[in-house]
Design a protein around this ligand. Sequence first.
Ligand code: TPP
Length: 285
Amino acid sequence: MDKVELKELTLLAAKIRKDVLELLKHRGYGHLGGSMSIVELMAVLYGKQLRVDPANPQWEDRDMVVLSKGHSGPAWYSALAEKGFFPKEKLMTLNDGGTMLPSHPDRTKTPGVDMTTGSLGQGTSAAAGIAYGQKLKGQDRYTYLIVGDGELNEGQCWEAFMLIAARKLNNCIVIIDDNKRQLDGYTKDVLNPFSFEEKMKAFGFDLVQVVKGNDIEAISNAIDKAKAHKDGANCIILDGIKGSGVKYFEELKSNHSVKFNNDEINKAADDAIAALGEFIEKEEA
Ligand SMILES: Cc1ncc(C[n+]2csc(CCOP(=O)(O)OP(=O)(O)O)c2C)c(N)n1
């Protein structure tokens, strides 16, 4: 990746992260940890890798995204708004009555959202079905499935993975957000999955790449490699941190759904928003 592109994607990631913090703080609560850990992924997808058209969200040749860990909608909405699928002001309507941005993604409400998710596990089957359909029709399209490490406690995920591998759905790029934590603790303590890398290989994924969850260049290179790998199933594991990008939220004991109800949390968010704002201003000068 050249320096200009890396700079652009880093700037986009900063904008998405700032949007996430602003909209959750405005709402007063929300799924901060799991939104922050996919910010760089969203920047790479919407800034470079996806074939989508914000002016025509239903474009029939578009790539699809299935955010199976649907509670991280705020990161997706922020990326969609930055890309121009809808006006940025709409971000502040998250979770309002009648909003186009419900807490969990709804394909009937938000331009750019292709699959309704929120009930963990189900997005994996949906993505497998979408990709299978695309393959049977001979279409040249990709479906990106984003799934959480805690979500992989759901048995349904593994049924979907078997199908993806057995049918060699190389057009379904499975991305595991391995941020090590889930709703109420560390994934290894709640139900130890052991090695995702070994598990995915054992399930028939012959290209399994592990990259740092906040490394834009590594994520993009891994997607390039997955796209070039035509004969078999592809998985990318994001080795990341829940709450990624803001030390306070990375270290916060309970950072899954954060309530902005005390001075310390509000200050941490305000400081991070200000720092990101300065960075963005400097980069755009
Ligand atoms: C079927 C189902 N069970 C429980 C929940 C409640 N829930 C929402 S998020 C979450 C934890 C998910 O953990 P993980 O996949 O690791 O997400 P991340 O850490 O990336 O936020 C749970 C249990 C749900 N949405 N769906």
